[in-house]
Design a protein around this ligand. Structure first.
Ligand code: KOT
Length: 829
């Protein structure tokens, strides 16, 4: 039989004509064939978008080839796999990233140019896949790239939302949200698996039955929907390995037909079926706030249930009992959003696979690891018990049982300390009785990870202090990282070429530690010259974008000063704007000779506000109001410009980051768990102006405090300063700029009142007032450094040279070795 199978395989391979070829002629044939037969446009007449479609389908074919090989190889080797569960992924565009990771970008560029197309122009046709909000979601995407590149046997699981993160439209300076129906033009990067489907149950009741003399629980659901898999191949760089990001879409279930079919109301029955699809229809646009909404809980369970069924099915294909489950499966919870996976695994093992509770519990405790991305207790997820009990009655029972056992254990360990027992309980007995997802995740995971060292310290001493004291060995941290493939190679090709030239190798793309090799040339005049040229070209690209978008012309001699990230009070975009008002005010009062000494600036701010977050929306409006005033003041001219970049997303970041001279990461100390934007800027040689918060503390250790502009209160000073409050009689500069807004200098006086109230008087929770002085000093230091272009360029080179530790490759390797216990499994060429 083996011989027969081999003969068949060889014949197939012969018919295929071997693997797809990547010489220009083969690529051109493939692209044209896809234009003609897949896109169904004549090869003699098609536009840029159709060319992009043909192109991406030809890339997709090459991805699929490697993906099949990798999956077969994993199946044959049956290594321990990690399953990364995340409700959000911010993948951005796929075309450039794919051809670069496949190592055939230049071949495609040449093939296209012979057809009369330009690769970059076609790449611009692609829209972003924005199935996430911010840092947490982009981190998942970077980590998928590293998992594939480092040859780890990994799967990502998530939801295939039909509407991604809303598009931000700015009208009269106000944010408006528009739906992002991103699948409208098709998505060549996914493969629909109509046969990979699972039923997912909701509502109903739990009954007790006797099975072979044993009591067992049976969940009789009240509703059922179908989960359909959509696979997104994720290619590694410099390896054949291509792993899977499997996203689930909800479809009406065929197994579970609506009652109303029999009542004769056929039309309504069909219409009702369609409602199943709402489960995966829309991404919740709130960054870090949970509202206890039923649809959100349904999304979480839908995704978890389909993923767990898929994982158990794959395990059972190769094993006939659960003895080895923990040796083959690692489940990673990306924050608490997928934490229902814990009770789901318990339910499947106990109710469906008939394992004893204690055996199932033994397995669960060995397979889950949990990473938290939060700093504040208020940010922790809670599920109202009433809601959970109605949607998932059996899960509520299981969580109660887990909690009962846990609390009994705890009493033995710590005695009857009721305050502590009630703080640590998974069930919160408040006005609204709820399940604390974080407590559940900590109790049931073998490892709890923070995302930076500062974050880890806060977890141990504040957020999870009780748990840390109970189980110190569970707690670790893995400082976040970003992938240099996306954030240098794809987004900054000229810098990429320059780095490779000076290091004499491209090996840093897989081994980023090599970047430190740039240090020895930091003062080299030739490198400095080339470095400046590359930066100038990137600034030019950004300036063109700004002009096309807003009509504003900006000077390339100015310092490009960028703050792009979600709009949040703790991230303090308002501090940035107040600093800009101060700068404007100073320039206005200067004489001619002082003005000549001013370092011209282009201040760039971008980011989305959650639709219900009023204060964040006011910050956006303020930014526009201030820009309107400054940009139209001919008295100020090129000395100061302010631009708001609308609809910030991954592909906008790829354009903006390489063009930044300076970037701001200015959260109130102790509020940013890690921050990853700063790492992207650092890699691209932008200097940082930052507070000692999250990962910046570790960045300082890598590049030295003399190579960035640090300011503001430290984590341990914050409580005291908060207590003290901002005294407007002392902080005169601060008081003056807030007053200008209050007095209507930028218009919209009434509208901005509540915004001003958040920072003046006794209420300055995020300490804008007390940090304002040192913020201005750091800004002045940046101006001074910018005047000395040689010094600035050296600092810039040293930033890139010191960014290696902030690659997600390092983070992922640490997770693999110290949390998941998985090994590399490299598909042979
Ligand atoms: C969202 C909802 C609940 C809990 C946490 C979040 C969250 C946290 N969303 N994004 N984050 C960010 O995650 C990044 C990756 O770890 C961090 O760098 C950043 O500091 C977090 O704010």
């Amino acid at each position: 039989a083996l011989g027969e199978r081999r003969a068949k395989a060889e014949r197939m391979f012969g018919l295929m004509d071997g693997f797809l070829k990547s010489d220009p002629i083969s690529l051109q044939k493939d692209i044209l064939n896809h234009v003609e037969y897949t896109v169904a446009r004549s090869r003699f007449s098609f536009d840029d978008f159709e060319a992009y479609q043909g192109l991406s389908h030809s890339v997709r074919d090459r991805l699929i080839e490697r993906w099949h090989d990798t999956q077969l190889y994993f199946k044959r080797k049956d290594p321990k796999r990690v399953y990364f569960l995340s409700l959000e992924y911010l993948m951005g565009r796929s075309l450039s990233n794919s051809v670069i990771n496949l190592g055939i970008r230049d071949e495609y560029a040449e093939a296209l140019s012979q057809l009369g197309f330009e690769f970059e122009v076609l790449a611009e046709q692609e829209g972003d896949a924005a199935l996430g909000n911010g840092g947490l979601a982009r981190l998942s995407a970077c980590q998928m790239d590293s998992l594939a590149t480092l040859d780890y046997p990994a799967w990502g699981y998530g939801l295939r939302y039909q509407y991604g993160l809303f598009r931000q439209l700015i009208l009269d300076g106000f944010q408006h949200e528009q739906p992002d129906y991103w699948l409208n033009f098709g998505n060549p990067w996914e493969i629909e698996r109509i046969h990979v489907t699972y039923p997912v149950k909701f509502y109903g009741t739990v009954e007790e039955e006797l099975l072979n003399g044993k009591k067992c629980k049976v969940w009789i659901p009240g509703e059922m929907v179908e989960a359909v898999a959509y696979d997104n191949p994720i290619p590694g760089y410099g390896t054949r390995n291509t792993i899977t990001l499997r996203l689930w879409a909800a479809k009406p279930s065929d197994q579970y037909d609506m009652e109303s079919y029999n009542t004769g109301d056929y039309i309504n029955a069909v219409v009702n079926r369609q409602k199943a699809e709402t489960i995966s229809s829309v991404l919740y646009p709130d960054d870090r706030s949970h509202q206890g909404k039923e649809l959100r809980l349904k999304q979480q369970y839908f995704f978890v249930s389909a993923s767990i069924q898929d994982i158990i099915r794959r395990f059972k294909d190769a094993h006939n009992n659960f003895d080895e489950f923990q040796e083959k499966v690692a489940l990673q919870l990306n924050d608490t959003h997928p934490s229902l996976a814990i009770s789901e695994v318990m339910r499947v093992l106990v109710d469906e696979e008939n394992l004893d509770w204690s055996r199932a519990w033994g397995i669960v405790c060995k397979i889950f690891s949990f990473t938290t991305h939060t700093v504040l207790a208020e940010g922790l997820e809670k599920i109202p018990v009433d809601l959970l009990g109605s949607l998932l009655p059996r899960h509520l029972e299981i969580i109660y049982d887990i909690n009962f056992n846990f609390v009994e254990e705890l009493k033995k360990r710590i005695g009857m300390d009721y305050n502590r027992l009630s703080r640590m309980s998974i069930v919160e007995d408040g006005a609204v009785k709820s399940i604390r997802s974080a407590n559940l995740s900590i109790v049931c995971s073998h490892t709890v990870n923070g995302v930076s060292r500062v974050h880890f310290e806060l977890l141990k001493t504040k957020l999870f202090k009780d748990f840390y004291e109970l189980w110190p060995e569970k707690f670790q941290y893995k400082t976040n990282g970003v992938t240099q493939r996306r954030w240098i190679v794809v987004s900054n090709p000229s810098l990429c070429g320059l780095i490779s030239k000076w290091l004499g190798t491209e090996a840093w793309i897989r081994n980023v530690d090599l970047l430190t090799g740039l240090r020895e040339y930091a003062a080299n005049a030739d490198l400095q010259q080339e470095w400046k040229m590359v930066r100038k070209v990137n600034k030019m690209r950004l300036a063109e974008y700004i002009e096309a978008m807003s009509g504003l012309k900006v000077s390339l001699d100015a310092m490009f000063d960028v703050q792009i990230k979600r709009i949040h009070e703790y991230k303090r975009q308002l501090l940035n704007i107040l600093g800009i008002i101060h700068r404007y005010d100073c320039i206005k009062s200067m004489n001619e000779s002082d003005r000549r000494k001013v370092v011209p600036r282009v201040c760039i701010i971008g980011g989305k506000a959650a639709p219900g977050y009023e204060i964040a929306k006011k910050i956006i409006k303020l930014c526009h109001a201030v820009a309107e005033k400054i940009n139209n003041d001919s008295d100020v001219g090129d000395l100061l410009k302010l631009v708001f970049i609308p609809d910030y997303n991954v592909s906008v970041a790829e354009l903006v980051i390489p063009g930044a001279d300076l970037s701001q990461h200015i959260s109130t100390a102790g509020h940013e768990a890690s921050g990853t934007g700063c790492m992207k800027f650092l890699m691209n040689g932008s200097l940082l102006l930052a507070t000692a918060d999250g990962s910046t503390v570790e960045i300082i250790e890598e590049i030295g405090a003399e190579n960035l502009f640090l300011f503001g209160a430290k984590v341990d000073e914050v409580p005291m300063l908060r207590e003290k409050g901002t005294d407007m009689r002392v902080n005169l500069q601060f008081a003056r700029v807030v007053r200008m807004i209050r007095d209507g200098y930028f218009g919209f006086q009434d509208y901005f009142e509540s915004l001003c109230d958040t920072v003046d008087g006794g209420s300055d929770f995020y300490l804008l007032g007390s940090d304002f002085g040192s913020y201005l000093e750091a800004q002045a230091a940046a101006d001074k450094a910018f005047v000395d272009q040689e010094k600035w360029t050296r600092m810039s080179i040293l930033s890139t040279a010191g960014s290696g530790r902030f690659s997600s490759d390092r983070t992922i390797q640490d997770y693999a070795e110290n949390t998941w216990g998985i090994e590399r499994c490299r598909c042979p060429f």
